[in-house]
Design a protein around this ligand. Sequence first.
Ligand SMILES: [Zn+2]
Length: 377
Amino acid sequence: MARLSFCLMLLRLWFGCVECCRGDHPEKPEQLAPAVEGLSLSDARRAIVDDSLDPYFSRLHRLEIAALTGRPVVKGVSLLESRDEARSRFCDAALGISRSEQESLQWLVEGVVKRISSSFPLFARQPWRFVKVKSNHCGGFPHTRGFVIFLNEGIIRRIVALKQKQDFSAAENAFGTLLFHEQMHVLQRIYPDVFRSLYEKEFRLVHASVEEHDWIAERRIVNPDATQMNWIVPSRTPGRAYGMVTLLREDRDVPRMGADFYDVAVELQGEKGVYHVVADDEGVPITHEPFAVPEIRERFSTPRGVDHPNEHAAYRFEQLLRRRYFRDYDEKPGDDSLDGSLQRFDQWCRAHLIAAVAMPAAPADESSAKEIEERRQ
Ligand SMILES: [Zn+2]
């Protein structure tokens, strides 16, 4: 059932893109209703360990497995065995979405998408897929992997309760921008070439390949929404650059999600898009507090999400929605002015979040859709 509807959603998305490529945009504001799907327990268990679109488990290390799952890893086993243990713990955290939860998610997504679909119709065209997880999984942080948004059971319970009270305004206020933040990550994964223009031209970053560094790999926490250090900030010193990474404090066996995170800017050296980490004589990377670096500060208008442009763009989109599109709970009611960089970001979003000109993850026909889905099993 879920597999069939997923194929249909992909086909619908593909035809939507074909229509866009022909330039057949309707002149009237878009009134498409988004497809919303809550995954069953068996589909959720498959989705939570599905590494096919963006390798994740193969990059995890012991400290972050402990943080993500709230328990130390078993001592004396290999890293590969620890990663298998992580897959098993993740599987145990997946839950199935009930009919009433599905209806509540649909109610909220349809309502919030209607608010902005005339400006950003891609949010109506792109299917929304949800997995429910236990409240302590990944510290309860909403996140995405593949085409799926992972929400903890506490958030979904609150959405159901608000639907029962028919209090859409409270639901939108509490979760509206969060949902767009997460779906933005899904779009980034499907349309990397579209977002590349934002990262290069607006954020002025450089796409690069950075060699893995063991010291960092053992202490970082991989952001599932931005798994690679692949966008770097050029330094004023030729051949040098900065890469951002989030590290875990090491004074606990089980670091706390969020509370024990800290972002650093790592010094890089290289050329022609290939860089390596600069380390001291003991092999410890040379790092800085990110916003203390002028080259970083002048590119990002806020320190939120500087660890990766995927994250920064998602936070900026939330900020944009609150300032311009969801005005009834605006941070500054009545203030229609946007600062220059947020205005340029708004223009970029209006120009690009319509429907992409290329759809690399889309199937050309039903058999391709089946093939993609089979690879996901
Ligand atoms: Zn995010």
